[in-house]
Design a protein around this ligand. Structure first.
Ligand code: PLP
Length: 379
C-alpha cells in the first residue's frame, strides 16, 4: 500500500504543470509581441477555473477568457482583478453585472452592441467590447456583409462615450490541421475586417489564435493569443512534434477488493469476458458515473502495481474490474486511470483516440459531484 490516501475517485491537478505550460505558451506569444489570454472556460477545462486562473496570471498570462458571463463573474467573485473577456450570452442576458465588474464583452451584431451600450449607459460606465467577425467558422461573429454597419455603429458608440472597442477578433475552424487552406483564408478575412474597423475610426487590437495557432502559426499571434487546451498540457497538434507541454490532470482511484476466479468464470454485466485460466481480479470503485466512458469497456487498461493491466468486462456505473493475473496486488493500492503518461499510465488522449473523440471532451467531462479534486502545487 502506498503512503498516499486511498482515493475513491480523485482528479489530481498539478498546478506546477499548468504554470509550466503557461510559461511555454506566453513565451511563444511574447516572441511575436503578443499578450496571452488564458482560456479557463468550463471550469478551466475541468481543472478548476479559479485555480488555473491564479496560476496562469502568476506565470505569464495577462488576461483570462471564458465563454459565459457567469463564469466571468465567478472569477471576479474569487477576487481576480485581471482583464476578463467572455463571448457567449443568452438572448435575454443582463449585461449589467458584467459591466459593473469590468468584464469585457463580445458583440457580433448591431443589436448585441446596442444592448451592451444601453447597459453601460444605464450605469454611466464604459463597456469594453471586442467586435467579432465571422471569418469562416460560421458560428458566432458578424457576417462580412454586415460588418461595415457594425464598425460604423461601434465608432459612433465609442464617440458617445459608453463603449470602448478593444479588439476585432475571430476563431479558427481548422487550426489543428497544419496547412489547412481555411487558416490563411480566415486570417485574410480578419485582416480585412480590421482594416475596415480602422477606416471607421476605431483603433482595436486583433486576436484569433487558439492553442494550435499559438504553437504553429506565430504569424497569427497578432496582439493577443487565446490558448486553452495547451494550458492544461494537452497538445492539439501532436503531429507537429513535441511542444514541451505537461498534462495537468491525473485521474486516480485505489483497489477496494481483490479475489481470485476460476477458469470459465465471467466478469461484470452481460458476461462479455470469460477467464480462460484462473486469475486474480482487483475491484476499482469508479465507473461511468465518475467519467470513465462505458464505451471503453473491453478496450481499456489502468496502471496498477507497476504495470498496465486490462479492465475486464463492462465498465459499470460505479465500478470496474481489473485483471491482475497471478500478481500481488493489495487493497488500497493506487490505480491510475489516466495521467501525463510519465509512469506508463494511459493518457486522456489515449482514451479519446480509443472512443473516437478528442482529449478536450475527456478532461472537461471528468469533474462530477462525487469526484474529488486535489490541487497539488509543488512549485
Ligand atoms: C475554447 C476557445 C479557445 C481556446 O481553444 P483551444 O483549442 O482550447 O486552445 C479560444 N477562443 C475561443 C473563442 C474558444 O471558444
Amino acid at each position: 500500500m502506498s503512503d498516499q490516501p486511498a482515493y475513491r475517485a480523485d482528479l489530481r491537478i498539478d498546478v506546477g504543470a499548468i504554470r509550466h505550460n503557461v510559461r511555454v505558451l506566453s513565451a511563444r506569444a511574447r516572441e511575436s509581441g503578443a499578450r496571452t489570454m488564458t482560456i479557463v472556460k468550463s471550469d478551466g477545462y475541468g481543472h478548476g477555473a479559479v485555480t488555473v486562473a491564479r496560476a496562469a496570471l502568476e506565470s505569464g498570462a495577462d488576461q483570462l477568457g471564458v465563454a459565459s458571463v457567469g463564469e466571468a463573474l465567478q472569477l471576479r467573485a474569487a477576487g481576480i482583478t485581471a482583464p476578463v473577456f467572455c463571448w457567449l450570452y443568452a438572448v435575454d442576458e443582463d449585461f449589467a453585472p458584467a459591466i459593473a465588474e469590468d468584464v469585457q464583452l463580445s458583440a457580433s451584431s448591431l443589436t448585441g452592441l446596442q444592448k451592451i451600450e444601453a447597459a453601460a449607459a444605464a450605469q454611466d460606465r464604459v463597456a469594453r467590447v471586442h467586435l467579432k467577425i465571422d471569418t469562416g467558422l460560421s458560428r458566432s461573429g458578424c457576417p462580412g456583409e454586415l460588418w461595415p454597419a457594425l464598425v460604423e455603429a461601434a465608432a459612433k458608440a465609442e464617440a458617445d462615450g459608453n463603449v470602448e472597442v478593444v479588439a476585432v477578433w475571430s476563431h479558427l475552424a481548422c487550426a489543428d490541421e497544419l496547412g489547412h487552406p481555411s487558416i490563411d483564408e480566415q486570417a485574410a478575412r480578419l485582416q480585412r475586417a480590421y482594416e475596415q474597423a480602422r477606416a471607421a475610426g476605431l483603433d482595436p487590437i486583433r486576436h484569433i489564435a487558439n492553442s494550435a495557432a499559438v504553437l504553429t502559426r506565430p504569424d497569427l499571434h497578432f496582439e493577443l493569443v487565446r490558448p486553452g487546451i495547451a494550458v492544461y498540457g494537452l497538445d492539439p497538434v501532436p503531429q507537429d512534434g513535441d511542444h514541451d507541454l505537461r498534462p495537468a490532470m491525473t485521474f486516480r482511484s485505489s483497489v477496494v477488493l481483490t479475489k481470485r476466479i476460476a477458469a470459465g468464470e465471467s466478469v461484470s454485466y452481460g458476461h462479455t469476458w470469460t477467464a480462460d485460466r484462473p486469475t486474480g481480479l482487483a475491484l476499482v470503485p469508479v465507473g461511468y458515473a465518475d467519467g470513465v466512458p462505458r464505451t471503453l469497456s473491453g478496450r481499456m487498461s489502468v496502471w496498477l502495481a507497476g504495470k498496465r493491466r486490462p479492465v475486464r468486462g463492462r465498465v459499470c456505473m460505479d465500478q470496474l474490474v481489473v485483471d491482475i493475473g497471478d500478481d500481488e496486488v493489495h487493497e488500497g493500492d493506487e490505480v491510475l486511470l489516466f495521467g501525463p503518461g510519465d509512469r506508463g499510465e494511459p493518457t486522456a488522449a489515449e482514451w479519446a483516440d480509443e472512443i473516437g473523440t478528442i482529449h478536450y471532451e475527456i478532461v472537461t467531462g471528468m469533474y462530477r459531484p462525487r469526484v474529488t479534486r486535489t490541487v497539488e502545487d509543488e512549485t
